[in-house]
Design a protein around this ligand. Sequence first.
Ligand SMILES: Nc1ncnc2c1ncn2[C@@H]1O[C@H](COP(=O)(O)OP(=O)(O)OP(=O)(O)O)[C@@H](O)[C@H]1O
Length: 307
Amino acid sequence: PADQTQLIPITHSVLLHVFFFIFLFALFGCLKDDLKNKLFGQHVASEIIFKAVTGFMSNKNPKKPLALSLHGPTGTGKSFVSQLIADNIYKKGRDSQFVHLFSATHHFPHQDQTATYKVRSLQDWIKGNVRNCERSMFIFDEMDKMPPGVIDVTEPFLDFYPRLDGVSFQKSIFIFLSNAGADNITQTALDFWKKGRDRKEIKLKDLETSLSASVFSHNQHGFFQSSLIDCDMLDAFIPFLPLEYRHVVQCVMAEMKARGLQPDKDEADKLARDLVYFPKPENVFAKSGCKTVANRINFYSRVLASL
Ligand SMILES: Nc1ncnc2c1ncn2[C@@H]1O[C@H](COP(=O)(O)OP(=O)(O)OP(=O)(O)O)[C@@H](O)[C@H]1O
């Protein structure tokens, strides 16, 4: 009997470890596949996101929450990749009650610079959500439009504190999205294109200097003046490249498939050709990335026919 009572906790702990590793194994495989098959033209972002998320999730006792800052032109997949991360972590994916979106234009529609009440309630909102589930995920959209001071309220949560008011934030994930740095990232991508170099040759180091320069000099906005940047509380700055014609075609084909239609390359080409490209006269990058694809596809003949 003595041996049996010892066996129970051992079996329990072994089982827990087995489940944890099965979960990680599934997460690593699915996230990798999603980044490879669903996110187009973002090899730099894909690699950093995969390493950061799997590294963080495989640590049972992280010392601080994961804080990622995603930068780049409009419609290039920043919100989309945040949803892919959520899909791979939570059972209900992006629809999970533990995934929270905070958007500058939604919460501060009039650029309310003295939003003290809202700042305090933002802090309580974060705390309440993490108290409810320590593996909560927060997505802060349009960081470049946040009023100054707002984002500093997240600073205590991102630090190495084991507990704050009895709540542990160390297993939460914070993702910040912004267009800051988009011009410099685009310039680097254009330089590669002009030299006839494959876009896949672009490395993080090619973008890092210009990205941090533009982020630090972007001082009208709350995020970029904030102590998050001064105190190195962000784990990674992740650049998103502008999308080219061929990526738009991929987005159109993916959207057709998502709607249960047979992907049609000719129709996808037609739709992609209708978008606006820049800079003139090269017309290399889609001005709004893949952002308008979902809406434009509504005018696609087979969608109209199925209505
Ligand atoms: N790189 C990409 N790969 C696959 N689909 C993409 C990509 N970029 C954008 N899309 C598609 O376009 C839609 C809009 O993109 P998304 O909202 O992620 O852009 P964003 O970079 O967050 O833009 P913004 O800076 O304007 O918020 C996505 O839901 C997705 O369907």
